[in-house]
Design a protein around this ligand. Structure first.
Ligand SMILES: [Zn+2]
Length: 204
């Protein structure tokens, strides 16, 4: 799997977490266009968009719909849902320059994005798609993300929040141990070394 493949999968996972209605339409379109441009490099099968809406005509609503489909496709990897996503089926098979060294599929933009994601996932074990387990309120963040290198959580925000939560927990535990030792020293000082000290259950 190349860096380009990883970027494209990460783009798909990031789109799932994007607040589409608040996002800049031009930036969304650029991302989509790049997703297709990068698919032109190196692979034997290339799935390209044709017809309208093309990436540069995509509306907020088109992106919302695409987002739902990608969410279902990637989410299925984690839940084991085998239903998949439905595509229109209006595709053509094209051989570029009359050679069959490469196979081109052409079809509606949304379908071709999903097809491309399917191709990308074939190349990489699905384990790179993760659900964020950072604690958030009484539950967990649960956002889908594409794990890059040793990444543990979906975003810097979640990583920072989780790290400070763990730090607080470890600080609390250290403080509890310190208090406990202090208490033991006091008891031993008043009742002698051999005194039995009750152990208290520590608060989690
Ligand atoms: Zn998260």
């Amino acid at each position: 799997m190349t860096g380009s493949d990883e970027r494209r999968l990460r783009w798909a996972a990031d789109l799932v977490n994007t607040d589409i209605m608040k996002a800049n339409l031009r930036a969304l379109r650029t991302g989509l266009l790049e997703f297709f441009l990068e698919s032109l490099v190196g692979d034997e099968i290339t799935a390209l968009h044709s017809g309208k809406p093309g990436p540069s005509d995509f509306s907020h609503e088109d992106f919302l719909h695409l987002q739902q489909m990608i969410k279902k496709l990637l989410g299925g990897l984690l839940t084991g849902d085998r239903e998949g996503v439905r595509v229109q089926g209006n595709m053509s098979v094209v051989s570029p320059l009359g050679s069959w060294t490469d196979l081109y599929l052409r079809g509606p933009t949304q379908d071709m994005v999903l097809f491309n994601i399917g191709l990308l996932l074939l190349k990489k074990p699905h384990s790179q798609i993760k659900r964020c387990e950072a604690k958030e309120g009484s539950g967990r963040c649960e956002k889908l993300f594409y794990r890059y290198r040793g990444q543990r959580f979906c975003s810097r925000k979640c990583t920072n929040r989780e790290m400070s939560r763990r730090k607080r927990k470890s600080d609390r535990e250290k403080e509890a141990t310190r208090q406990r030792k202090k208490y033991e020293r006091k008891v031993k000082a008043t009742h002698g070394e051999n005194v039995k000290i009750q152990t208290r259950k520590r608060r989690k």
